[in-house]
Design a protein around this ligand. Structure first.
Ligand code: SF4
Length: 115
């Protein structure tokens, strides 16, 4: 597996292989790249950012408060597409706990005022 380390702007190209149950990471310029490569290979996760619509118009930008498994991102985005915010929120407010059963909370990254 080939990927790019996103832990710093260097963007090292990583080659990750599993041979006989042992995972090796090559191409990393520092130890953080090895840790990142192993995580990408075994259980890739991402912090997700998206928008939620207000029930009466407008949108609020949000993000998960922790990385979620990549295979749960589709569930989270489907939940976000159907959700309608019915209250004002401030940046940092938790809008939904355990959104789409991902284990992550959805947090506002902008203020939202009801229209
Ligand atoms: S391996 Fe280290 S130096 Fe390379 S991109 Fe990742 S964090 Fe940066």
């Amino acid at each position: 597996m080939n990927t790019t380390c996103i832990m710093c702007p260097m963007g090292c190209s990583l080659t990750i292989e599993e041979i006989g149950g042992a995972i090796t990471v090559k191409g990393n310029g520092c130890p953080r790249g090895e840790k990142y490569g192993r995580a990408e290979y075994t259980h890739p996760e991402r912090v997700v950012t998206t928008l939620l619509k207000g029930a009466f118009g407008g949108v609020v930008s949000v993000k998960t408060d922790r990385p979620i498994p990549k295979d749960k991102i589709g569930d989270l985005l489907a939940w976000a597409a159907s959700y309608r915010l019915e209250r004002a929120v401030s940046t940092g407010d938790v809008i939904e706990e355990n959104a789409a059963d991902t284990g992550a909370n959805i947090v506002a990254t902008s203020d939202f005022i009801m229209k």
